[in-house]
Design a protein around this ligand. Structure first.
Ligand SMILES: *[C@@H]1O[C@H](CO)[C@@H](O)[C@H](O)[C@H]1NC(C)=O
Ligand SMILES: *[C@@H]1O[C@H](CO)[C@@H](O)[C@H](O)[C@H]1NC(C)=O
Ligand SMILES: *[C@@H]1O[C@H](CO)[C@@H](O)[C@H](O)[C@H]1NC(C)=O
Ligand SMILES: *[C@@H]1O[C@H](CO)[C@@H](O)[C@H](O)[C@H]1NC(C)=O
Length: 886
């Protein structure tokens, strides 16, 4: 059995490392292996080649990390102890690197001369090394509740005019709104111009895409699709609640036929990138956001960190890097368009500036308004909101295609989840009209063409450039006709430039690598203010013409993060609220170099003093200190020939910042990087039925701050959103609900029993496996040689067991606040740590059906995936199976 593998390995080890540029990603084995990403600089002076680095760290190279140049996914087998106890022991790979780093700086001595030289060459060529953790992203989705509305004259007329036979078209009020004709995406004018999205591909980064539904089949782009959860080519939805991606896809590209309704860009194509149906590591999320990025124009992302009003999380280094890679190199250099839903946590006081995806300058952040044009209470406000698009509320939902048999349709889709794809559909129309629009042109067109709704809403405030801005509505509602009309004659903007004044340290404020604060000024009853001066000369020397986004990074320690309020006031007197109070955020970890974003200063002259004000709720028990801050200005160039593209460097949140953008930086991220808590979209079941509002500012002034929960109070009992409850509510509305309920309880109970039984079996099995000869070096292939199916089963149970073991850890994580988890391995993202039975309950059921829809395609890939069971005869120069050194 071993012979062929040895031969294959010998063969592959002769090849240039470039063979690992695989067409599709290799399957991952997180339960038996630890995965890392190395950023290897092949041009480092006196550096070491990748194979030497891998050998020195005791890892094997799996493949390149998605589309990230010089980034490599590597792995090392878990030790027997880790497999048995599933407890994290010392990480040998990170440990080996630390030793090399120490050795590389130690003074030369005769004995260690060669060692130090070796260590230096390794350290010089490793720019970044991080362990990959699995975590879970949260869908921003709603449950089905209401039946479709009946037809009416004017949508009927449109249907006739365009020969639309889709039975639910007249219920798609977001396309033609019979009751409130002002409030719709206003697409027919764009269709009249002949734009239907031809030649444009949008990717749904989501929980799958049901390409078998006739409403999508012909518009499905298989080449741009991939399942990063199950590592198969097609993004087939497999779990019972995997309907989210399909519904969003239908809004964009549902075909004009006799099924359901139609999409905004009904002749465009959609691809599915499945990442939400299980835990996901940074490297795979990064690969997903760049997948097929020359052909795919738009990435539709209706997910993010939990919308619970407590978490504060952003994308890790690799993900940020992938986003910037997409911006710089995607779509032939014009930049991938990333569209993010703002989040459904407004009822919990959540704000999109506490989410590093929605407050990224690279994403178009979309909030929701309902069919009456009102602000639905779930839709999150913040200064990074760019536009609103139509979604559920005040009694109506979004009608679209669904996952499931017989070409299912969805009649109760909604949330900001559904607002984002409506914007994606409009951008797809625009890119058909103007394929040369860059990612920033797309944003400019949003700012320029968005329409004011509810002009009497006190949340609207004038900007210096003469527009109105609202934290709830951004620059206003997206109107397809106006957007496309403006896009047709749009003059492309000049390239992007940036400018970062020195960070301000308040009273010698500092923060160390392990987030220890010192110095700073206590936040008294009147808050703490500080200013940064920007001069015309500074701008000129940075080739800086027109202001677009600003970033404000803050270092604040506080015993209750939710009490802190942050605002910045521009030289022209325009105020951006960056953080409003969040009554549920009890974290005592403060803001350790957290970056906020505002687009409220778009077009403003930035010369003069920018003033930040940090205050809290003045409660005697909770207090904090403001240690420092920095700003980053982004805009367009004076001279387009003197620009370069921004590159992401490994995180540096120190105060004072230590990052030298010109010097290569080596950072080892600890294994305890941010781990996602729980998959709850926090969109209550009445998201579509509750009446919207247009009379409350998102962030009441300081005077009202004493009663911060006033506007943020949930207007209904917060219940988890998806699947289970939604299906329950369907049951309730039919006569079969009693059977349904009893059945559901029974199924749940049985599933639980089966789960515990299986887990026990799995643990017993595990013990058997680990007693195989070969110890730590037992290969996956030899495990797999056993009875057919057993290894797979083991893998699945393992994952499950591991996860449930983490429940407790996650609980602690939450208590301590996000981003503070102390490591843990494998499926560590609170897989089951959820008050939502839709994710906790059915998982065992699905996991018990291992092979449905999965084709065993591994054999041809095994050479790069499996550690050989024979000790690598070493000296053969193979880094494929390099093992622990020294
Ligand atoms: C829609 O249904 C309501 C009640 O079911 C009915 O009163 C109304 O006339 C219907 N409208 C149309 C246009 O059919
Ligand atoms: C919607 O599009 C039509 C053209 O089809 C246009 O005349 C109208 O102004 C647009 N509506 C709004 C609210 O701008
Ligand atoms: C991108 O499009 C080109 C031209 O249509 C095609 O040849 C290529 O296979 C596509 N690549 C992917 C990854 O879809
Ligand atoms: C809160 O106040 C106490 C007493 O003045 C001080 O020791 C502590 O550092 C303060 N906490 C923070 C986070 O600033």
């Amino acid at each position: 059995m071993l012979l062929p593998w040895t031969l294959l390995l010998a063969f592959f080890s002769q090849q240039n490392p470039s063979f690992v540029f695989a067409a599709t990603p290799a399957k991952r084995f997180y339960d038996t292996h630890k995965y890392y990403v190395i950023e290897h600089n092949p041009r480092a002076p006196s550096g070491a080649p990748l194979d030497v680095v891998a050998r020195s760290l005791g890892v094997e190279v799996v493949e390149r990390a998605g589309e990230l140049e010089d980034h490599w996914l590597v792995r090392a087998p878990k030790s027997r102890r880790e497999l048995v106890s599933r407890a994290e022991v010392t990480d040998h790979v990170l440990g080996a690197f630390e030793i090399l780093k120490a050795r590389s700086t130690s003074p030369l001595s005769a004995r260690s001369d060669e060692e130090a030289h070796h260590a230096r060459s390794i350290v010089a060529s490793v720019k970044f090394l991080a362990r990959q953790e699995l975590r879970r992203r949260v869908k921003r989705a709603p449950p089905p509740i209401r039946p479709p509305d009946n037809t009416s004259a004017s949508s009927k007329a449109v249907a006739e005019r365009y020969s639309i036979k889709d039975p639910l078209f007249t219920a798609q009020w977001h396309l033609v709104n019979d009751e409130y004709p002002v409030h719709m995406m206003n697409v027919t004018g764009a269709w009249d111009m002949g734009y239907t999205g031809k030649g444009v591909i949008s990717a749904l980064v989501d929980d799958g895409l049901d390409y078998r539904n006739k409403d999508l089949t012909d518009n499905f782009d298989a080449a741009g699709s991939y399942d990063f959860n199950d590592h198969t080519d097609l993004p087939t939805p497999k779990m019972f609640d995997d309907h989210h991606g399909t519904r969003c896809a239908g809004q964009i590209a549902a075909i004009k036929n006799d099924v359901c309704g139609i999409g905004i860009a009904y002749e465009s194509k959609v691809a599915g990138l499945r990442i939400l149906s299980g835990p996901i590591s940074d490297v795979d999320e990064a690969a997903a956001l760049n997948y097929g990025f020359q052909n795919t124009s738009i990435y539709s992302c209706s997910w993010g960190p939990p919308d619970n009003g407590r978490s504060m999380e952003g994308p890790g280094y690799l993900i940020q890097k992938a986003v910037v890679n997409g911006i710089n190199n995607g779509r032939g250099g014009k930049g991938s368009i990333f569209v993010f839903a703002s989040g459904n946590g407004a009822a919990h006081g959540d704000q999109c500036n506490f989410d590093g995806y929605t407050n990224s300058i690279y994403s178009v952040t979309v909030s929701a308004v309902d069919y009456k044009g009102l602000h639905p209470y779930y839709s999150e406000p913040c200064a990074a909101n760019m536009i609103v698009a139509y979604s559920s509320g005040s009694g109506k939902h979004i009608v679209t295609t669904d996952m499931g048999e017989n070409n299912a349709c969805a009649t109760s889709h909604g949330g900001t989840s559904a607002a984002a794809p409506n914007a994606v559909g409009v951008f797809a129309l625009a890119l058909e009209a103007r394929p040369d629009l860059t990612w920033r042109d797309i944003q400019y067109l949003c700012v320029e063409t968005a329409g004011i709704i509810n002009p009497e809403d006190p949340d609207w405030e004038p900007t210096h450039s003469g527009q109105l801005y609202s934290y709830k509505y951004g620059y206003g509602v997206l109107d397809a006709y106006r957007y496309i009309t403006a896009a047709k004659d749009w003059q492309l903007v000049k390239p992007q430039v940036w400018f970062a004044p020195d960070a301000v340290q308040i009273n010698d404020g500092k923060m160390t690598k392990d987030e220890k604060f010192s110095g700073g000024e206590p936040i008294g009853p009147s808050g703490v203010k500080s200013s940064i001066k920007v001069t015309r000369d500074q701008l000129d020397s940075h080739n800086f013409d027109k202001l677009e986004h600003i970033n404000v990074k803050v270092w604040i320690s506080h015993s209750k993060r939710g009490d802190v309020e942050v605002e910045v006031i521009s030289p022209k007197g325009i105020k951006s609220v960056l953080a409003g109070a969040r009554y549920g955020d009890m974290a005592d970890t403060g803001f350790p170099g957290w970056t906020f974003m505002s687009i409220k200063h778009w077009g403003e002259d930035p010369v003069g003093d920018w003033t930040i004000k940090v205050s809290d709720q003045k409660t005697p028990k909770e207090n904090g200190t403001f240690h420092g801050w920095s700003m980053m200005f982004w805009g367009s160039a004076i001279d387009p020939d003197k620009t370069s593209k921004f590159e992401i460097q490994p995180d540096d949140n120190l105060l004072p910042p230590s990052l030298d953008l010109n010097a290569p930086t080596v950072t080892v991220h600890p294994t305890s990087t941010k781990t996602h808590t729980k998959p709850t979209a926090h969109l209550p079941p009445d998201h579509g039925d509750a009446e919207g509002e247009n009379s409350r500012p998102a962030f009441p002034g300081q005077a009202d701050a004493a009663n911060p929960s006033e506007t943020a109070k949930p207007t209904s009992t917060p219940t988890p959103d998806e699947g289970w409850f939604s299906d329950m509510s369907n049951l309730v509305s039919s006569q079969k609900w009693l059977f349904g309920a009893v059945g559901a309880v029974a199924v749940f109970g049985i599933a639980t029993l089966i789960f515990f039984w299986r887990r026990r079996v799995a643990q017993r099995k595990l013990a058997t496996y680990t007693s195989l000869p070969g110890g730590d070096n037992v290969a996956m292939s030899s495990l797999r040689d056993g009875a057919t199916g057993a290894p797979r089963t083991r893998e699945l149970y393992d994952a499950f067991g591991e996860v449930s073991d983490d429940e407790e850890a996650d609980e602690h994580t939450q208590l301590r606040g996000p981003g503070r988890s102390t490591g843990g391995i494998g499926f560590h993202s609170g897989f089951l740590d959820d008050d939502d039975p839709s994710t906790a309950g059915p998982t065992p059921k699905y996991r018990d059906e291992p092979d449905s829809g999965r084709t065993p395609r591994e054999p041809e890939r095994q050479p790069t995936e499996n550690v050989p069971s024979s000790p690598s005869g070493s000296g053969d120069g193979s880094w494929e199976h390099a093992s622990q050194t020294r």
